[in-house]
Design a protein around this ligand. Structure first.
Ligand SMILES: C[S@@+](CC[C@H](N)C(=O)[O-])C[C@H]1O[C@@H](n2cnc3c(N)ncnc32)[C@H](O)[C@@H]1O
Ligand code: SF4
Length: 317
């Protein structure tokens, strides 16, 4: 999706509002469809749109992607700030096997609007969350006994909102069995967060305690990694391939500093073959875990900046 947003969150991964995002070179619909078709041919089951911006700002393209994924039998998950949700879009989600994660880090008007930098946004969000709860809320029990949700609230914990998370958890309905899955993750010190030390200079232990206590579902973590490599890993990173609006492939979703190190789908030696780029990305994943560190998320790892320097240095050589 194109990197455009109607908010300017203090912690934004994607650096929205800093004027650093290039809008040009966006993939056409034909190119996007080609990528989705290739993903399907490679056995991809699920497409996550976690946004370099707000996905609903580019609604025509978003709806094209949702419908095409569903035609191919792939699931779609969308992260959204929730401001532009409406009944038509939520019904389209029901009809096309889409799950939604709405971002919410503060359950009070002042804290929320200060964070997203938009006056009047809290009431709009509360109205839209209730609409989403009516249309997408609840869960089904799958064949393996897991509860499958269509609607989540995703909260990022940092230095300013440690006390908000229990209230958001109650708002979702508390324990497993609630209408909204509450997923909680620690803040990463990248993007806009770098200029906001009040968000990131916080005891890691306190943040992890809040995550452990209140995160009701592993929207981010995949259990399968524990058997395979002995620890939790981010599922987006472990199984996924991050693709930007212009076809650049990233080391991980939101790892914009790594753009160019792996390649672009339009490169003549790639020609939209996702498999080629996925293999290059997997080699770098191996190198990251071997030489730079462990942990569930590379962007949250203290050696991430060193890894980026290494990547960019090896490209210059
Ligand atoms: C970058 S946003 C894009 C999608 C949409 N605009 C939204 O806000 O949900 C995707 C997710 O990243 C989270 N996020 C943003 N900045 C972050 C940071 N510095 N650390 C961890 N998560 C962050 C947001 O809260 C959101 O849930
Ligand atoms: S976190 Fe999402 S809503 Fe907030 S500025 Fe970034 S892209 Fe926009």
């Amino acid at each position: 999706m194109r990197p455009i947003c109607n908010y300017r969150c203090a912690d934004c991964f994607s650096g929205m509002g800093t004027g650093t995002r290039q809008l040009d070179g966006a993939l056409s619909w034909d190119e996007t469809r080609r990528i989705l078709d290739c993903a399907h041919d490679l056995g991809v089951l699920s497409v996550e749109i976690s946004g370099e911006g707000e996905p609903l700002m580019d609604r025509t393209r978003l709806e094209q992607i949702i419908q095409h994924n569903n035609d191919l039998g792939m699931l779609t998950t969308i992260f959204t700030n929730g401001s532009l949700l409406d009944e038509n879009f939520l019904t389209l989600c029901v009809d096309n096997n889409v799950s939604i994660a709405i971002s919410l880090d503060y359950l009070n008007q002042e804290g929320y609007e200060q964070d997203v930098c938009r006056r009047g946004s809290f009431d709009v969000l509360m109205r839209n969350v209730e609409l989403a709860r009516d249309i997408l809320g609840g869960y089904q029990i799958s064949d393996n006994g897991s509860a499958v949700y269509r609607l989540a609230i995703h909260s990022i914990v940092g230095g300013r909102n440690l006390d908000e998370i229990s209230r958001i958890s109650d708002f979702c309905g508390g324990e497993v069995g609630a209408e909204i899955l509450h997923s909680v993750a620690p803040i990463a010190n990248v993007g806009n967060a770098v200029a906001h030390p009040e968000l990131t200079i916080v005891s890691e232990e306190m943040v992890n305690d809040v995550v452990d206590e209140f995160s009701r579902g592993d929207l981010i973590l995949c259990d399968s990694a524990v058997d395979e490599c002995g620890s939790d890993r981010c599922a987006t990173f472990y199984y996924g391939l991050g693709i930007r609006h212009n076809g650049d492939v990233l080391f991980d979703a939101h790892a914009y500093e790594t753009a160019g190190a792996i390649g672009n789908l339009r490169d003549s030696d790639v020609n939209f073959d996702l498999g080629v780029l996925a293999r290059r990305q997997r080699e770098l994943v191996g190198l990251f875990y071997r030489d730079f560190g462990a942990g569930f998320c590379p962007l949250r790892h203290s050696n991430y900046a060193d890894f980026v320097r290494y990547l960019n240095g090896s490209r210059d050589d």
